[in-house]
Design a protein around this ligand. Structure first.
Ligand code: IPE
Ligand code: IPE
Ligand code: MG
Length: 253
């Protein structure tokens, strides 16, 4: 399916965001506050992932995208990275049947070549098993970076269309967008970051062009249905103008 672009045309919007993208932040601080190792926060964070998937599914969200591991998170202590990888493997092994029961199609985006072979196999297998599900598309961004995504899209485009280098003016937004890792999804309507920081941290930098940005101090392991409803209530009150004036929205030509 070709997705519409917020800069090429005005997207249709509704009361419930069609695509919610979340930076799941604050696991470490959640744990530290309790005098637990940071990794205990990551373990606990998996429960919040389950809650978010269920709550979004019930509220009619069609795409939920969760930032699980950034291209910069390799800079963390080796022990923490290895716990995160094991947690990722264990969760994939355990959750696929539950996802199918909930009608969830799972996609993983990011530079997966950095993961070990077992994890890559599990990812492919989980994507294959859930491919037919249509209630909610759950995307996990793992070893993902927005800059990586734009670069790999440009490289793929040039590989397929070497003639573009002689005619760069033929390169357009739609062509580039179609090569992004999440070309299958519309742009996020609502971006949520838990944990109190107000930054994008190299998440979906291209696709967030017109997303509504919601920041909450709630640490990710504490995030659940109540917090989702708060974010959605905030979202309903936004006036999404996409460059137009309020007057134009009230009386469309
Ligand atoms: C987010 O929580 C999880 C990952 C980045 C994998 P953090 O681990 O960043 O938690 P804080 O920000 O240190 O509290
Ligand atoms: C962003 O969180 C990445 C994920 C949640 C996976 P970080 O905790 O890594 O972001 P910074 O370093 O505070 O910007
Ligand atoms: Mg963090």
């Amino acid at each position: 399916m070709v997705q519409t672009s917020s800069t090429l045309s005005i997207p249709q919007t509704g009361q419930v965001p069609c695509h919610v993208a979340i930076i799941m932040d604050g696991n470490g601080r959640w744990a530290t506050k309790r005098h637990l190792p940071r990794t205990a926060g990551h373990v606990r964070g998996v429960q919040a992932v389950r809650r978010a998937v269920e709550a979004c599914g019930h509220r009619g969200v069609r795409y939920l995208t969760l930032f699980a591991f950034s291209s910069e998170n390799w800079r963390r202590p080796a022990h923490e990275v290895s716990v995160l990888m094991r947690l990722f493997i264990r969760t994939l092994e355990k959750e696929v049947d539950k996802l199918i029961a909930q009608g969830v199609c799972l996609r993983i985006v990011g530079d997966l070549s950095a993961f070990d072979a077992k994890l890559q196999d599990l990812i492919r297998e989980a994507e294959r098993k859930t491919a037919g599900q249509t209630t909610l598309t759950l995307t996990i961004a793992a070893n993902y970076g927005g800059r990586w995504d734009i670069l790999q899209a440009a490289q793929a485009l040039l590989r397929d269309h070497p003639e573009l280098s002689a005619h760069p003016e033929h390169l357009d937004e739609a062509a580039l967008t179609s090569r992004l890792a999440m070309a299958y999804a519309p742009e996020p309507d609502l971006f949520i970051r838990t944990g109190g920081e107000q930054r994008i941290s190299n998440f979906l930098i291209w696709q967030l062009a017109y997303a509504e940005l919601y920041f909450t101090d709630c640490f990710w392991p504490d995030f659940g249905a109540v917090e989702i409803d708060q974010a959605f209530a905030w979202y309903r009150d936004r006036e999404r103008r996409f460059g137009r004036t309020s007057e134009q929205l009230r009386s469309p030509a």
